[in-house]
Structures are given as structure tokens and as C-alpha cells.
Design a protein around this ligand. Structure first.
Ligand code: UGA
Length: 429
């Protein structure tokens, strides 16, 4: 099938590359010339396991092309996928500027019947908006269908998630419009939910907000655990064994970050508000998350008797492992407060350090994980990169001024850390 994907962020690029790998003729379109140049050389602008080799392979075998404008890339496409950003505006509501721009560009380039697919996370009614823009710009209504097809891939496992989705949601106002996507996605052998457009658009927000709610719930439980001597890891295991609750997304920690959960929680609160519903449940979910890392720092501050003059090591800067993404990363809020309190900070991350360096040049970025601990008064583990398992905790303890470990992801075992000579503090126990 001939497919055009507009926008080469996480969703657009991964979708384009995977669709090309499945044998479709794909053109990925981006209006950023630097990105286009990189992509044409087979370089991925984002770090995502498995993506770059697939990009190079599909470019080499001609399944994938890169174009720098909709006018250049769109002609001939049977399916056009919109995967541009919908960043939050100052009031938290999603900014649809890029979706609107792209809709106008599609209108100018559309010649034959085309299925226009919205993969960006957009409020209910955006499919109608795109439809309206096309018609207002002179495209006959029978020359296209607009379909909502939200994406559920996670950063860090985006290629894998795209190849093996739990479900594919297709929202249409005309059932026949779903047919092309059913054929396109058939090789993935995943279950498909074909529904109306409004429900599909809401499914995406409702899913991400539920995930955020689940994490905030277990983080709130962690606070209770700290007060009563219970262990949140065991509590999570105990409740997660109930199939109605499920084990996933019950890992207590410093809270959720990234480009999606924070944006979509804010987005749904604002969408609900516009519809006359005060979603106070999600406001609490947001607040619990904002408090979680600060509470952990309060504990560290109390233990050290203040931050002034103290040396703190940070392990992990990315918002989660296997990515270099630092959008809404918890590490940023921690660094801000530590530097503000007069501490000196050393940090290590296998992928994200250069991104943070641009924001906080005053932090000392080390070449390896153990180096953050040298002469430190405490080390905080912020991101649970698997490679941190290889840290020799005994050596780390010996290299520190005060052997204090604050484990923000419940990554190490208390017994293991204490046996290595570390004073161990963690979340929810
Ligand atoms: C999230 C959703 O999981 C995807 O399904 C969705 O497609 C994506 O947003 C999106 O809208 O594009 P992502 O932002 O990549 O994916 O990251 P998650 O794996 O959901 O993690 C989000 C945050 O929650 C991270 O900071 C992670 O450390 C934290 N987390 C996750 C926990 O604190 N505890 C957990 O149990 C799970």
C-alpha cells in the first residue's frame, strides 16, 4: 500500500519505518530540513532500540523515502497518516496548530480519494475539524475520509510495540472508511476495535490517564507504607495478582514523566473542563505526581541536614530507561532543587546526558555511573537503566564521602545495598 506519514517524531517515524518494513511503499514527510537530511543519511534523530537499522534497511531497499513537504510526498498516497505534535498550550489544552496546518497542506495536494488517518493524540472533535478544513479548502467531501487511529506505542520499545500492539483502534464515521486500515494492519494479527471517531479519539486520552492514575495510586499507597511500616512492593504484588487490577504500571517510584502522560493528563482535564465536567480525580493524580519527587527530596534534605555544600550524585536522567528523552523527566525537577539549595551535582545517563547538559551546564556529567558517587554525600537513583545492575555497590560505597543511597525506583534490594555498606533509603518501605 502507498502510505505518506506526516511528522517524523516518535510516532510518525516508527510507524513509517515499520510499515515500510512490512512491505508498503512509505514516504515520511517532515518540514524540518535538518531532520530530513539526517533521515536521508539513515540517521535517526531519536534514540530508539532497533529503529536505526530498520530505517537504513528500508531506505536501502527503496520501501521508504523521505520528503520535506506535503506537496512533495503526498501525491500517489492511498493513506495519509498525520503524526504531528500536539504540545500543551499554557493552559494545558492541546495545541492543534500543527494538525490544522497539515490539514491545509493536504487539502492543497489531494487529487484522488485518500484515507486521512489521525495518529496524533487529539481532543474529541479533531477529526471533524480536519474534515471541515479540507472541505473549506475546496476538497470535495467524497474524495476523502478522516479516520482516528490512536497510537499506543511506548518510547524505549516503540518498534516492538508497533509490531505487536495489544489492540488497534480505528474510529470512523463511515464503516467503509475502515477497510484500508484493516488491510494495512492485517499482517500485525492484532485485535481491532472499529468504532466511531469520537470514541476512538477519547480512548487514547482515557488510556494514558488511566496509566497515570495507576502509577499515582501506587505512589500514594507508598506514602502510606512509609508511615506504617508496610512495603509497597509487596502491596503492589498483592493487588496486582488480582486479574481485575493487573500487575503492570504498579511500580512505585519518583513518578511519571515523559512527553505523553503529563501532556495527556493536562489535556484531558482541560478537555473535560471545556465540556463542563470538573475532572478533579485527574487533578489529584497530577498533584500526587508533582509531590512524589519533592517528598523524596525532603527526606534526603532532612537526612543530610540541608543541601548547601553537599555533593549529590544522580544516576539516570532520561524520563525512563532506553530513551534519551528528557521531556518532563523527574531528574530536571531534582537538579533544579538541588542546585537551588546550594548542592553540587554530578550526573550520569547512558543516553540523555547531552540533552540535560544543554539545560544545566553547571552539573558535572560523568563518563560512567560509579563516578557520580566519588566523594558524594548521597547518590540518588532516578532512572532504572538496566546497566546500573552492574554497578559494584561496595566500591561505590567506599568512594563516597557519606555512603548514602536514595533509590527512587526501588531498583536495588535493601539487603544487597546494606551488605555493600550503603545506608539505603527508598520509596514506600
Ligand atoms: C505512554 C503510554 O504508556 C503509551 O501506551 C502511549 O502510546 C504513549 O505514552 C504515548 O501517548 O505516546 P511513554 O510515555 O513512552 O508511553 O512511557 P511509559 O512507559 O508509559 O512511562 C511513563 C512514565 O511512567 C515514566 O516516567 C515511567 O518511569 C513511569 N512509570 C511507569 C512508573 O513510575 N511506574 C510504572 O509502573 C510504570
Amino acid at each position: 500500500m502507498r502510505i505518506a506519514v506526516i511528522g517524523t517524531g516518535y510516532v510518525g517515524l516508527v510507524t513509517g519505518v515499520v510499515m515500510a518494513d512490512l512491505g508498503n511503499d512509505v514516504v515520511c514527510i517532515d518540514n524540518n530540513p535538518d531532520k530530513v537530511a539526517m533521515l536521508r543519511q539513515g540517521k535517526s534523530p531519536i534514540f530508539e532500540p532497533g529503529l536505526e537499522p530498520l530505517l537504513q534497511q528500508t531506505l536501502r531497499n527503496g520501501q521508504l523515502r523521505i520528503a520535506e513537504s506535503v506537496a512533495e510526498g503526498l501525491p500517489g498516497a492511498e493513506v495519509v497518516i498525520i503524526a504531528v505534535g500536539t504540545p500543551p498550550k499554557e493552559d494545558g489544552s492541546p495545541d492543534l496548530r500543527y494538525v490544522e496546518e497539515v490539514a491545509r497542506e493536504i487539502a492543497a495536494a489531494l487529487r484522488d480519494y485518500t484515507v486521512i488517518v489521525n495518529k496524533s493524540t487529539v481532543p474529541v472533535g479533531t477529526g471533524d475539524l480536519v474534515e471541515r478544513i479540507l472541505v473549506e479548502n475546496g476538497v470535495p467531501a467524497d474524495r476523502f475520509d478522516v479516520v482516528s487511529n490512536p497510537e499506543f506505542l511506548r518510547e524505549g520499545s516503540a518498534v516492538e510495540d508497533t509490531l505487536h500492539p495489544d489492540r488497534i483502534v480505528i474510529g470512523v464515521n463511515r464503516r467503509e472508511a475502515a477497510e484500508k486500515l484493516v488491510v494495512l494492519y492485517a499482517p500485525l494479527e492484532s485485535s481491532m476495535i472499529i468504532t466511531d471517531r469520537a470514541s476512538a479519539e477519547l480512548i487514547k486520552y482515557a488510556a494514558n490517564c488511566f496509566l497515570a492514575l495507576k502509577i499515582s495510586y501506587i505512589n500514594a499507597i507508598s506514602r502510606i507504607c512509609e508511615r506504617c511500616g508496610a512495603d509497597v512492593g509487596v502491596v503492589a504484588k498483592g493487588i496486582g495478582a488480582d486479574a481485575r487490577i493487573g500487575r503492570q504500571f504498579l511500580q512505585a517510584g519518583l513518578g511519571w514523566g515523559g512527553s505523553c502522560l503529563p501532556k495527556d493528563v493536562q489535556g484531558l482535564i482541560s478537555i473535560a473542563n471545556d465540556l463542563g465536567y470538573d475532572f478533579d480525580l485527574m487533578r489529584s493524580v497530577w498533584q500526587i505526581n508533582a509531590d512524589q519527587a519533592q517528598h523524596f527530596l525532603d527526606r534526603l534534605q532532612e537526612r543530610l541536614g540541608g543541601f548547601s555544600g553537599k555533593a549529590i550524585g544522580i544516576l539516570g536522567l532520561a524520563f525512563k530507561p532506553n530513551t534519551d528523552d528528557i521531556r518532563h523527566a523527574i531528574s530536571l525537577a531534582l537538579i533544579e532543587r538541588l542546585l537551588g539549595g546550594g548542592a553540587s551535582v554530578a550526573a550520569y545517563d547512558p543516553e540523555a546526558a547531552s540533552n540535560v547538559r544543554a539545560l544545566y551546564p553547571g552539573v558535572r556529567y560523568t563518563a560512567s555511573a560509579p563516578e557520580v558517587a566519588e566523594n558524594a554525600d548521597a547518590v540518588i537513583l532516578v532512572t532504572d537503566w538496566p546497566e546500573f545492575r552492574r554497578i559494584d555497590l561496595s566500591k561505590m560505597a567506599e568512594s563516597m564521602r557519606q555512603p548514602i543511597l536514595f533509590d527512587g525506583r526501588r531498583f536495588f534490594y535493601r539487603a544487597q545495598a546494606e551488605a555493600a555498606g550503603l545506608e539505603y533509603h527508598t520509596i514506600g518501605s
